[in-house]
Design a protein around this ligand. Structure first.
Ligand code: SAM
Ligand code: SF4
Ligand code: FES
Length: 342
């Protein structure tokens, strides 16, 4: 168990000393290697709807953004994306979308049952935001194994500066603890460099993660999207995001931590640098190429013009180039015992 003090964490969050940062990254790589050697796990991401009823101030999918053409994938299109992914070797599918009321529990269950029926041994991750416990239970019974729900900020005040008053940190946290008790492998996380974020907020984010003990941690830089209230704020920096990835690795040694697309967007080698800072997951895109540009959380998102196969092999090359070994298996968290489904 890593007993790093608040003062030490704050120093790493703010340091501009590159030697100190390199030491942090090396320590994170060592901890990761103890549980995952130098393997990097692949997840196939299917962005199945860009409709959202929420209005987060940072996100291009927010309901008030009238400049984005909205789309929903049909069940057939989702299954086709999974089919392509399966043939490319993916054994985890991640179904992500805005909070879209069209996708009622019944519709999500129908999708999950269809994917589970076709791929009994694959992992299915869902990421469709906040829902009541009964919905999460229904998804779990229908074949979902994992759930991604970033907490976004563990500080009440900061959370309230990024979201309208209809959303609350308390509700977000409650969902995360509920998902854990149901038996999901759960992913929390946050953006680095969001407007009004202070080093103390990032410290709180890390301490919250230690309390929640999620199986996955998504950390990426905030990147402005021009049509949002935060469109004129600067993006988070590569260096600070990398330090947060490394700190998360030290505090949660077994966590599955993606080198995010957002990291790859702010730097051509951002994802590789993420792996060098302790990350161990990549999430190439399986969404049909026609819709990729429309899943515009932030500006200049990479991989929007590429086919699924291009991203899959591009990622493999990048990983090998940095001395890592791609692992196309399910990639459950180290020591994972699947709970019995009733
Ligand atoms: N709607 C679901 C939710 O909010 O949990 C899932 C999809 S949402 C688009 C996935 C993640 O995208 C969010 O948790 C947020 O951290 C990230 N995101 C949104 N806008 C972003 C931005 N401008 N820059 C970087 N990441 C962003
Ligand atoms: Fe909707 Fe998620 Fe974007 Fe918030 S972050 S507006 S919930 S898609
Ligand atoms: Fe998408 Fe390189 S990962 S083109």
């Amino acid at each position: 168990m890593c007993k790093i003090t608040d003062a030490e964490i704050l120093r790493f969050i703010t340091t501009e000393d590159t030697d100190e940062a390199e030491e942090l990254f090396a320590a994170a790589r060592k901890v990761r290697a103890e549980h995952y050697r130098n393997e990097v796990y692949f997840r196939g991401l299917v962005e199945f709807t860009n409709y959202c009823k929420n209005d987060c101030y940072y996100c291009g999918l927010r309901r008030s953004n009238t400049n984005v053409a909205r789309y929903r994938l049909s069940l057939d299109e989702i299954l086709q994306s999974c089919k392509v992914g399966n043939s490319l070797g993916f054994r985890t599918f991640v179904l992500q979308g805005g909070e879209d009321p069209y996708f009622t529990d019944e519709r999500v269950v129908e999708i999950l049952r269809a994917i589970r029926g076709a791929y009994p041994d694959h992992a299915i991750t869902v990421s469709v935001g906040e829902r009541p416990r009964e919905s999460y239970e229904a998804f779990f019974r229908s074949g979902a194994n994992r759930y991604l729900l970033r907490h976004e900020s563990a500080d009440e005040e900061h959370y309230a500066m990024m979201h309208p008053s209809s959303m609350s940190l308390r509700a977000r946290k409650e969902c995360l603890y509920t998902l854990k008790t149901i038996g999901y492998q759960v992913g929390a996380g946050f953006m680095v460099g969001t407007p009004f974020q202070k080093p103390e907020h990032l410290l709180e984010d890390l301490r919250f993660l230690q309390d929640l003990q999620p199986h996955m941690v998504g950390i990426g830089p905030f990147i402005p999207q021009a049509d949002t209230p935060f469109g004129n704020y600067p993006a988070g920096t590569l260096e600070q995001t990398l330090r947060m990835v490394a700190l998360a690795r030290l505090l949660l040694p077994k966590a599955l931590i993606p080198a995010t697309t957002a990291l790859g967007t702010i730097s051509p080698v951002g994802r590789e640098r993420g792996l060098m800072a302790g990350a161990n997951v990549v999430m190439p895109n399986l969404s049909p190429r026609e819709v990729r540009k429309l899943y515009a959380l932030y500006d200049n998102k990479i991989c929007t013009g590429d086919e699924a196969a291009e991203c899959r092999y591009c990622m493999e090359g990048r990983i090998r180039g940095f001395g890592f070994v791609p692992n196309m298996g399910r990639g459950d968290v180290a020591g994972w015992q699947p709970p019995a489904v009733s």
